[in-house]
Design a protein around this ligand. Structure first.
Ligand code: CP
Length: 354
């Protein structure tokens, strides 16, 4: 590195992943009742959200993203307990960034061994203490059941920020927020606008994919077809119990394929993930599939990836118009700002703000 050349460019390039929150904002009529109803709700699963509630959350997120300086104080005097017992770059830091940007204070735990859990304290007792110390909990835990063990004792809301291979609902909301910023017309069934979505991954093993499909299925009018692209080894274990049937019942037409390059030319959205947390470690699936700048993507197709990325997503795509994964990660801050504000009974401070 040349230490005499340390200048950098603050302007974001507008040639790729350029999200347009104002177009989405204009596409949705405000109805604050749906936001007020989120007060004191635990956020556990993508199944919890109906179409109207999601639309209002996306609208509020777009409003905040369009003018973040207007929303610097709604969470004053509120405390977030951020408990992450499994590695995270985006989820922990975007939740904490969201809370800070809204004017709140944070207590952060990044290792359960620094708490009484290391001495055998049960999660219900930890939750009882959290009731006294904070106003909201965000929990990532590699054990699926920990969330539920804490919920029983909590009198403040908790957000599931990833529980083992089960669910990651706020990631899914952020994914949907990115899609609707890209094409706001998809929100309204009357527009008859539809997209083909390819998911490269194993819904039964990946919490991000499972939650994403649950949220996607709330907007069946927008989906021409869902193609799940998988390797041969996952063929008999692709969906968890009932998920395929549930998606079909909601009106999602599903096909599967093991031939990525044959499918790619007809996809509008490519959602790729390869990592699954299992127990105390992670496995990678679908490493047979790689997206690169040379992949036969439709010219205007976008790529979403919850990240962290591995070899499946080449960095040569970063500077192409297909890259919406960085925009997806950036937008998660505003989506989480919207959700957190509503959960801790501060929705009235952001509704009607222009
Ligand atoms: N998308 C996501 O969950 O990323 P992290 O593991 O970095 O939080």
């Amino acid at each position: 590195m040349n230490v005499n050349d340390v200048s950098f460019e603050r302007e974001r390039p507008d040639v790729y992943g350029d999200a347009h929150p104002k177009a989405l904002l204009r596409a949705i009529q405000e109805d604050g009742d749906y936001l007020v109803q989120l007060a004191n709700q635990h956020i556990v699963s993508g199944d919890q959200f109906d179409q109207d509630t999601m639309k209002q959350l996306f609208r509020l997120a777009a409003k905040i993203e369009s003018n973040p300086k207007r929303f610097s104080s709604p969470l004053q005097n509120k405390i977030l307990i951020s408990a992450f017992y499994e590695p995270s770059t985006r989820t922990r830091l975007s939740f904490e960034s969201a809370w800070h940007r809204l004017g709140g204070d944070i207590m952060s735990i990044t290792d359960r061994s620094t708490t009484g859990i290391a001495k055998g304290e049960c999660l219900a007792d930890v939750a009882e203490m959290f009731n006294n110390y904070g106003d909201c909990v965000v929990l990532r835990d590699n054990h699926e059941s920990s969330l539920y063990e804490m919920m029983d004792a909590l009198r403040i809301p908790i957000i599931n920020a990833g529980n083992g291979i089960d669910e990651h609902p706020t990631q899914a909301l952020s994914d949907m927020y990115a899609i609707f910023k890209w094409r706001p017309e998809l929100l309204d069934a009357a527009n008859n606008s539809k997209i083909r979505i390819g998911v490269i991954g194993v819904p039964n093993k990946m919490r991000t994919v499972r939650s994403f499909l649950k949220c996607l299925s709330v907007f069946p009018h927008a989906v021409e077809e869902l193609v799940v692209i998988h390797d041969e080894a996952s063929a008999n274990d692709l969906f968890g119990a009932g998920q395929r049937e549930e998606l079909t019942a909601r009106g999602i037409k599903i096909s599967t394929s093991t031939e990525l390059d044959q499918v790619l030319p007809r996809l509008d959205v490519v959602y790729i993930n390869a990592i699954s947390w299992e127990g105390d470690t992670f496995n990678t699936y679908g490493n047979a599939f790689h997206l690169t700048a040379k992949s036969p993507l439709k010219q205007d197709a976008i790529i979403l990836h919850p990240l962290a990325r591995g070899e499946e997503l080449s960095t040569d795509l970063d500077h192409t118009a297909h890259n919406w994964y960085f925009s997806q990660a950036r937008g998660a801050v505003f989506l989480r700002m919207a959700l957190l504000t509503c959960m801790v009974e501060r929705a009235e401070r952001v509704i009607d703000v222009v």
